[in-house]
Design a protein around this ligand. Sequence first.
Ligand code: FEO
Ligand code: CA
Ligand code: CA
Ligand code: CA
Length: 748
Amino acid sequence: MNQPRDLPPQPGFGLDYNDENSNTSANPTFESIVEARLSRRSLLRGGVGGAATALLGGFASLGVASCGGGDDDPAPAPAPAAPAETLLGFAAVAKSLEDKMTVPAGYTATVLLAVGDPIAAGVTAYRNDGTDSGFDRRVGDNHDGMEYFGLSAAGAPDANGNDRALLGINNEYINQLFLHANGPTPNPRPAAETDIEVDCHGVTIVEIAKTAGRFAVVQNSPFNRRVTAATPIEISGPLRGHPLLVTKFSPDATRTRGTNNNCGTGKTPWGTLLTGEENWVGYFFRAAGDQALRTAKENTALARYGRNVTATAAAASRYGWETSGADDKYARWNTSVTGATAADDYRHEINGQGYMTEIDPYSATSVVKKRTALGRFAHENAAFGKPVAGKPLAVYLGDDARNEYIYKFVSTQNWVASDATAPDRVATGDKYLDSGKLYVAKFNADGTGQWIELSLANPTVAGYATYAFADDGDVLMHARLAGDAVGATKMDRPEWCAVPGSGEVYFTLTNNSNRRLGAVTGSQLNPDAANPRVYTDIRGAATVQSGNPNGHIVRMKEDGGEPGATAFTWDIYLFGAEAGAPGNVINLSGLTADNDLSSPDGLVYTPGTGLLWVQTDDGAYTDVTNCMLLAAVPGTVGDGGPLTIDYGGGNTVATRVGKKQTATTLKRFAVGPVDQEITGLCETPDGKVMFFNVQHPGEETSFANIGEPTKFTSHFPGNAGYGAGGANARPRACTVMVTKNDGGRVGT
Ligand code: FEO
Ligand code: CA
Ligand code: CA
Ligand code: CA
């Protein structure tokens, strides 16, 4: 979700429980490092990046195929034969403020499923009037990350299945206003409302199958499953049995309940879903004065994750679920000291969220596990490096909060190719994800960087004065503090990461509204009066700075292409900007009306076409356009070269390293309805059917207008003919399916 938005206050509810800004370390910011980076020709080995007509499929790489790489480039994989299609051959979709989904001419977008749709036998159709219940057997709300798991015609796991599949869909949070007939009741929350809201969170596993050539939901499929914010989940990896996870529910610290605020996803090489727990901290109430009942160390840890309190001010919870009664299922959301010991209360309940959680989608009764070796923070997605037999697996991870870090997990076990189809997928997850090393990224101004190990084996972590880590479990649980200790680079909200066929790693840095260092001056750098913002982000160090409103995409190249490398090089793949912004200081990537964007968030590589898909979750350009989806051709680090910034008028000339985009490397593919973000994306293996999600349409509808449908800011997808309600429907988060009318691959 995009935050902060200026949402109107609703009775009894707080405003902003996302993207807390709790990093008070003195670590350098990425901005200061980009600022310092000057042209270093030795690092600029590439030529012109990306070829629009490259022929590729599978893991063949556009970047490697078309760019001169350095000596340490991995050998390019042989490109399998693929049809001679032109990537980005479609006509760009124009920016739009209309309440509809727009895709290029020659493509068709249809709604596949939406929040509330029944996914079990006997469940009634969704009325969409706030009177529905039983969401543990319906599609959850506010779809985010999504992965495709193929099935054979007979219903067996089949990575190449194009006609029958399971979708694993994150349900990040709720469009709370529309779930209840008259909107949500203020605290104390009625239990019936809380039950609905808890069940709307988590993950939806749903079977889809082609009927007459088009996918539709299989309502009665035995694969269908909801994992919600209440589902019992096993603690797995180094934190299993850890004292900091002892609760009344699990005195032996082996279990917890629920996966919450599920944002980005990952698909493991063995065919399971990883779901990232992002802005979970706001779900927990912490009482005023609780700090006096805690050790100083506990208070440091809670503050670093955004749950600070004082003697008089409590930390309110996002939805007030803890107010719904004495039942344990509500009381658990109060993460304060209330009992004699940790086994008597839920003081540690908050420690059970913030992980990458693994679900085997192919079994509706499989055990769900929190993979604690991947660290605890505000997880966005998980992108695996290219699996290579005999080498460890690398998993790239971002912590999406202001000034938080980028991480990498490297497995202890080397990859065995036959594990891709091993029948016990949960055991395969145990093998690769329960043991390994967690690293944090440190970027240097010379275009290099280091992965720094976060464990007590690192003396800097072991000797950290601010927080004395008890053991390696404590390090993983409080990875942010360990990152503080080792001088990790503060990033501008790392959202999704993706690994194209080149094996390089792309991270969206969506924006940073809080990077505000001084007053705004001048007019040239504030070109859009309707949306006052400044681009001092990219001004020289001598000038004031105020925010990074449009974000950018950084990319990293591992030394030697090795998953376990501890060094990398980096550059900027894309600077977000409005096309009309001055190219000498703001629009450094040369964006045009056909590909300008703000606040990149979702980022997914689709091997079927070799394209990188960029999704926006924006609040800066939304006076001009709704959020969008763009198709990009990845390149390779260094293929852009230095980009000169000239402020004129006596201001300094600076140089950034980044890439210019063109009509053959970046093009807008879709624009969604009002007040939504497009997020999550997956494809059939043949690249011919694409799925993506529309999250929180109409979210800026005023609480006061719940009884006046004509004042809802969006009616999608009801106004597109999907489900109940028609033109005045309550908006619903939904999954959209896109095909090319000529049967070709999506993005060509
Ligand atoms: Fe759930 Fe960082 O977006
Ligand atoms: Ca976002
Ligand atoms: Ca996101
Ligand atoms: Ca604007």
